[in-house]
Design a protein around this ligand. Structure first.
Ligand code: AFP
Length: 358
């Protein structure tokens, strides 16, 4: 048995290689995607850390496809990730929360067999006040036949993800990812510029401590949502109240609940009938990690991972975290909010379980 000392640290590279060896047929391409994401994360961390110094704070005049004002760091982070992946021959098509359409691999570069979706800098409205932000990513296998990837490759149910993760730019920078073999966390050691294994095989505590929800929307919630929140807060006299913690930066809220036990809720409400968060860039990847850590994620009607997406920027209500807390949602029959013209489809197709490599 290897005794871990200060000189026998496990770098993210070593960990990925060791996981890859469990799959003799692995080509190393998925591992390459994870390294590239770790590298992009380090570059973004560097920009986030020096944001106040480099005069790159504040909003640009551009708005993204969701109609939100883009921060300069969103634009930079988006560019960093696109450039980290557009030439490596591993990815055939990408989609970003910050871009309206699909992102094709430029002519002259070979498209690969994987598909990447990402939110380059989630929670960016928090940057100006020095609150943690994060990058979230999701990887699928290409399913269409052409050399290039297309929309169909990007619109797959989350259950088909082969890898997903996030990078949290907090008091330290951490990367948490899964390839379907557990969820593992790595902390960036800035003195050597390496992500080191710090949280192997994360298990979300069964006993939840935290409730994360923005209850400024309470007036717009349907009655069932109000009752659910009263239950979480112990106001119905049935259980002990959860502590309320809400950063307003999904990665930070999710990460705290993943390590400490809890549930994050972003319900649908009258003014946001499908919620706010995006299925492909936020809910799916975090749901994959939550399930791998023994937790769960639902939109109130079924597992997030079984939703068959119809649009790139589709939104979804989200309840995610410790399993017992997420299961509680089923006891409160939430009214079905479906945007006009958008069928609310669950995948009827059987989907393969994620493995490290095809
Ligand atoms: P921004 O990227 O605009 O800051 O939005 C962050 C976010 O998508 C997610 O990270 C938060 O959990 C959620 O929105 C907060 O939304 P509310 O301000 O409506 O609570």
């Amino acid at each position: 048995m290897v005794r871990h000392t200060s000189t026998s640290v496990v770098t993210i590279e070593r960990f990925i290689i060791e996981q890859e060896r469990m799959f003799p047929e692995a080509t190393g391409e998925l591992s390459g995607i994870l390294y590239d994401m770790a590298l992009a994360g380090k570059m973004i961390a560097n920009k986030v850390r020096s944001a106040g110094l480099a005069d790159i704070l504040g909003a640009t005049s551009d708005t993204n496809v969701q109609g939100e004002v883009q921060q300069k760091l969103d634009v930079l982070s988006n560019e960093i990730i696109v450039k980290a992946f557009d030439h490596g021959g591993r990815i055939c098509v990408m989609a970003s929360e910050e871009e309206e359409g699909i992102i094709q691999i430029p002519d002259g570069f070979k498209p690969g067999k994987y598909v990447l979706l990402f939110d380059p800098l989630d929670g960016s409205s928090n940057i100006d006040v020095n609150v943690p932000v994060g990058t979230i990513f999701s990887v699928f296998r290409k399913i269409t036949r052409g050399a290039r990837g297309d929309l169909e490759d990007l619109l797959q149910p989350g259950r088909r993800q082969v890898a997903a993760g996030y990078i949290l730019y907090g008091s330290s920078t951490m990367m948490v990812y899964t390839t379907g073999q557990g969820a593992h966390g790595f902390t960036l050691d800035p003195s050597i510029g390496e992500f080191l294994l710090s949280h192997p095989n994360i298990q979300i505590p069964k006993q939840a401590r935290y409730l994360s929800v923005n209850d400024a929307y309470e007036q717009d919630w349907p009655e069932a949502t109000r009752s659910l929140m009263r239950c979480y807060r112990g106001l119905d006299g049935q259980r002990k109240a959860l502590n309320v913690r809400y950063v307003g930066s999904l990665v930070a809220d999710f990460h705290r609940n993943l390590l400490g036990g809890g549930v994050f809720c972003y319900p649908a409400h009258a003014k946001a009938p499908r919620g706010k968060l995006r299925l492909l860039y936020e809910a799916n990847p975090l749901a994959f990690i939550a399930e791998q850590a023994g937790g769960a994620a639902t939109d109130g009607y079924g597992s997030i991972l079984d939703i068959d997406p119809t649009e790139l920027h589709q939104r979804t209500p989200l309840y995610i975290g410790s399993k017992a807390e997420v299961d509680l949602v089923d006891r409160f029959p939430l009214p079905k909010f479906v945007a006009p013209g958008v069928p609310d489809r669950r995948s009827a197709r059987p989907v393969p379980t994620a493995t490290l490599e095809a």
